[in-house]
Design a protein around this ligand. Structure first.
Ligand code: ATP
Length: 692
C-alpha cells in the first residue's frame, strides 16, 4: 500500500508528494507476495498482521472485512441505494459532481484511451460518477461498480477509497491488497475530498485495470504517479468547492449589503481614491440625480460643492458638514458626514463613505421632534356665537389665499389655535414653526429666527444651527407677540420676506425659503407704527389679511359650551368622573368678565374638576378670583366705588355671598376667603341675619 500522509490534516500542500521511481522487479515480487499472503489469510486463517509484506493498515482492514462478513469471492460488490433515493443523493452532491466533471473534462480523453477509470464517491462511498475506458466500465458494471452502488469497507471490504476515507489521506492499493478477489486485477489510487472544516465530503478513485500477470504485459502502462495525480485532483476539487462556497457567501453578503443599503433612508455614497462614485444606495441616487440618470462611475465633484471636496482632499473625517448638491441646474442644501476607508498599507486611503441627507428632511425631523406641528383644525375651535363663526369663516377664506395674515386679539382668545387651523387647511404637510417674540431675550431673537453659522459667536453650537425661518420652509412661521420684535430684527425679517431667502448670522450664502407668516398681536400695531415702534413696511407685509379674534366677553353664549368642552376633555385625559355644574356655579361663570379669556376659562375648569365633590362643581369649587370678581360685579360695587364707605362695601359683599350660597356659612366664608369665625363676627358686626 502506498500512502500520502498529510503532515497536517487538510494541508493544501499534499500535492507536493514525490512518487518514488517505479521498480518493476520489486513490484512483481511484492504483488506475488501479497497474493500468497492473501491465500494464507483466506484459506489457512493466518493472521495478516504477521505478514511483513503487508502494511498494518491493510492487515487491519482485512480483519475488519472478515468481521463484517464480506464475501471475498462475491462478484457483486457492495449494496445499492434504493432507486427512489438515488436522485436525492445525486442532488445533494450535485456541486461535488459538477465540480469534478468540470475538472475532469480536460483529462477525459486521456482516461478513455489509457484504460483508466475514475470514480467519484460520496462521503459514505456511494458511487456518484464514473468516467473512463468503455470496456473497463462495462467490466465494472458486471461487478456492480455503477452509480448508486455503496462501496465502502463495511459493504465491500478493503478498498483504496474505503481506506482513504478511514485514514483521511490518499491511498494506493495493489490488486491483491483489495479484499474482494473481483478487484484483484487493478491498481487503485484514492484521495479523500474534504470541506473547509476538514470533514469528508467524498473520495476520488483512479483505477487502472490490469491483466492477471500485470508485470508481464501491463507494466508499461503502469503509472507510478497516479496516486499523486489523483491526490492533486482531489485538492483541486476541494479548492474549487471552497472557491464556490466563498463566492456563494460573497454573493449572499453582497445581497445582504444591498438590502441594508436600500433600507437606509439616508443617502450613502461610496467613492474610490480618485473620488469616483463606485456605489450609491437608492436614497443617494435620488438626491444626486432625481431624474434617474446613472451616477455610479461619475466623479463626486460633478455634484457637490467645494466644502465637500476640501474634506475629501484633506482626508480628515467629518461628522457634520452643511454643503450643497447641484443637480439639474438646481442647488439643494444637504448635511454630510464623511468617513474614509483605510487601505491595507498604512496611511493609504482607498476611498470614502459619504452620508448625505437633504437639510429639508432633517429640518422636518427636527420639527416633528420638537413638536413643531400644528394639531388644531377649524373643528377644534369651539363656539357658536355669531362673532366667532364670522372669524372662523374669514379665517377659512384667508387660509386658502396663501398670503401673510395678522391675527389681532387679547391674550388667550385663541390666536395660535386659529393660526394652526389656517396652517392645517393650507399646508398640512409642511412644518408649523412658532416663535414668541416676547418670550426670547431681544439679543437672541435674530439667531433664533435666522440661524447662525458655526463659530459665529461664543456659546454657539460648533456646527451652526438653522433658524426658525429655515425650519419653516414649505410651511408656516407663526410669530406670536410680533409687537415685541426689536426694530432692527424687523428690518432683516422684511428683507427675508421680500427676497424669499435667508442668510444665517455669520454666513455667506443665501438659502432659498418658502414660508407663510402668520403674525399675532394683542397690541395696537398700527398705533405702534405711528409711534415709530414698528416698521410701517413690515406692518403692511404682515397685515395683508387681518383677522380679529373676539374676546370671550363679546361672546358669552360660547362660555358654557367651552366649559363643557374643557371639563369633558380634562376628565377623559385624567380619568376623573365627569361632574355637573350647579346652577349657582353656572351663574358665577356666566357673569364673570374672563379677562384671561379662553385660557383663563380652561384653567378655571381644570381647577374646578379637581375641587369638585360628589360629582358636582359648585360655587366653592371655582377659583377665588372668579367668585370674588363675579360677586363684586353683581353687587355693582365697582360702579359705586368712591361714593360708599369700605364698611358699606364689605357689608354688601358679605350679604351677597350669603345669598348666593343659600346662607351656608362655611361656603360663604370660603367664597369670601375668610375664616368661619371671622365671617360670624362680621355678620354680627353688620347685624346681618344668617337665618333668612
Ligand atoms: N375657541 C376655542 N375652542 C377651544 N379651545 C380654545 C378656543 N380658544 C382658545 N382655546 C384654548 O385656550 C388656550 C389659549 O389659546 P391660544 O394660545 O390660542 O391663545 P392666544 O390668543 O394665542 O394667547 P396668547 O396671546 O397669550 O399667546 C389654548 O389652550 C387653546 O386651546
Amino acid at each position: 500500500m502506498e500512502v500520502i500522509r498529510p503532515d497536517v490534516a487538510c494541508n493544501d500542500n499534499r500535492t507536493d508528494f514525490i512518487a518514488n521511481p517505479f521498480d518493476y522487479t520489486l513490484f512483481q515480487r511484492r504483488w506475488q507476495e501479497i497474493q500468497q499472503c492473501k491465500q494464507r489469510f483466506l484459506y489457512n486463517n493466518e493472521d495478516p498482521r504477521t505478514f511483513s509484506c503487508l502494511s498494518p493498515e491493510v492487515a487491519a482492514s482485512w480483519l475488519r472485512s472478515r468481521e463484517n462478513n464480506i464475501d471475498p469471492f462475491t462478484t457483486k460488490i457492495g449494496h445499492n441505494v434504493p432507486k427512489d433515493k438515488l436522485d436525492a443523493i445525486l442532488e445533494e452532491n450535485s456541486l461535488l459532481i459538477s465540480t469534478t466533471k468540470t475538472l475532469i473534462n480536460a483529462f477525459k480523453h486521456l482516461l478513455k484511451i489509457s484504460g483508466y477509470i475514475l470514480s467519484l464517491h460520496s462521503a459514505n462511498g456511494t458511487i456518484l460518477y464514473l468516467e473512463g475506458d468503455a470496456n473497463e466500465i462495462s467490466y465494472f458494471k458486471s461487478i456492480n461498480a455503477v452509480v448508486g452502488a455503496i462501496w465502502n469497507e463495511e459493504t465491500s471490504g478493503t478498498l483504496a477509497h474505503g481506506l482513504s476515507m478511514i485514514l483521511k489521506c490518499p491511498v494506493q492499493l495493489m490488486g491483491p491488497e483489495n479484499y474482494c478477489i473481483a478487484l484483484e486485477d487493478n491498481i487503485s489510487s484514492a484521495a479523500p475530498i474534504m470541506d473547509e472544516k476538514c470533514d469528508l465530503i467524498g473520495t476520488l478513485v483512479l483505477v487502472q485495470a490490469l491483466g492477471e500477470r500485470p508485470w508481464e504485459k501491463d507494466l508499461k502502462n503502469l503509472q507510478s504517479h497516479t496516486l499523486g495525480w489523483v491526490a492533486s485532483l482531489a485538492v483541486a476539487i476541494e479548492n474549487h468547492l471552497k472557491l464556490k462556497e466563498k463566492n456563494h457567501r460573497l454573493l449572499v453578503m453582497n445581497n445582504t449589503m444591498e438590502t441594508i443599503l436600500a433600507c437606509i433612508d439616508t443617502g450613502i455614497i461610496a467613492v474610490d481614491c480618485e473620488n469616483k462614485i463606485i456605489k450609491v444606495n437608492q436614497e443617494a441616487a435620488l438626491i444626486l440625480n432625481p431624474n434617474g440618470g446613472k451616477v455610479e462611475g461619475r466623479y463626486i465633484k460633478d455634484f457637490v460643492d467645494d466644502r465637500v471636496m476640501q474634506v475629501l482632499t484633506s482626508q480628515k473625517p467629518v461628522n457634520y458638514l452643511e454643503a450643497t448638491i447641484r443637480n439639474c441646474k438646481k442647488e439643494r442644501h444637504c448635511v454630510f458626514s464623511i468617513q474614509f476607508i483605510p487601505g491595507q498599507l498604512e496611511k493609504r486611503i482607498e476611498g470614502a463613505i459619504i452620508r448625505v441627507n437633504l437639510s429639508e428632511k432633517i429640518n422636518n425631523l427636527v420639527n416633528v421632534r420638537t413638536g413643531a406641528v400644528a394639531k388644531y383644525h377649524f373643528d377644534d375651535i369651539i363656539g357658536n356665537s355669531a362673532c366667532l363663526k364670522h372669524a372662523k369663516d374669514l379665517a377659512r377664506k384667508f387660509a386658502d389665499a396663501g398670503e401673510n395674515i395678522l391675527l389681532i386679539g387679547e391674550s388667550g382668545t385663541g390666536k395660535e389655535l386659529f393660526a394652526q387651523a389656517i396652517h392645517n387647511q393650507y399646508r398640512p404637510e409642511g412644518p408649523f414653526v412658532a416663535l414668541n417674540c416676547s418670550a426670547i431675550p431681544r439679543n437672541l431673537i435674530e439667531s433664533e429666527l435666522f440661524g447662525y453659522e458655526g463659530g459665529t459667536f461664543t456659546g454657539a453650537e460648533r456646527n451652526g444651527r438653522p433658524g426658525k425661518i429655515e425650519l419653516a420652509h414649505k410651511g408656516t412661521l407663526f410669530l406670536d407677540e410680533i409687537g415685541d420684535m426689536p426694530i432692527e430684527t424687523q428690518a432683516t425679517l422684511l428683507r427675508v420676506l421680500e427676497d424669499k431667502r435667508v442668510m444665517r448670522l455669520g454666513g455667506r450664502k443665501y438659502i432659498p425659503v418658502d414660508f407663510r407668516v402668520i403674525a399675532a398681536t394683542n397690541k395696537n400695531l398700527y398705533q405702534m407704527v405711528q409711534e415709530n415702534q414698528f416698521r410701517l413696511d413690515l406692518y403692511f407685509r404682515l397685515a395683508v389679511l387681518k383677522l380679529e379674534i373676539p374676546p370671550l366677553c363679546q361672546r358669552r353664549e360660547d362660555i358654557m359650551l367651552l366649559c363643557q368642552h374643557f371639563i369633558e376633555y380634562y376628565c377623559k385625559k385624567t380619568g376623573h368622573v365627569l361632574p355637573t355644574i350647579t346652577p349657582a356655579a353656572r351663574k358665577i361663570i356666566l357673569e364673570y368678565e374672563w379677562p384671561g379669556n379662553v385660557r383663563q376659562l380652561e384653567n378655571a375648569m381644570i381647577y374646578a374638576v379637581n375641587m369638585s365633590q360628589d360629582g358636582l362643581i359648585d360655587v366653592q369649587h371655582l377659583p377665588n378670583e372668579v367668585v370674588r370678581g363675579t360677586t363684586l360685579k353683581s353687587t355693582g360695587i365697582c360702579s359705586i366705588a368712591g361714593v360708599t364707605s369700605l364698611e358699606e362695601a364689605e357689608k354688601i359683599v358679605i350679604q351677597n355671598a350669603m345669598a348666593s350660597t343659600g346662607n351656608n356659612i362655611p361656603q360663604a366664608a370660603k367664597l369670601l376667603g375668610l375664616g368661619k369665625s371671622t365671617l360670624y363676627r362680621k355678620l354680627k358686626q353688620y347685624k346681618l341675619d344668617c337665618s333668612t
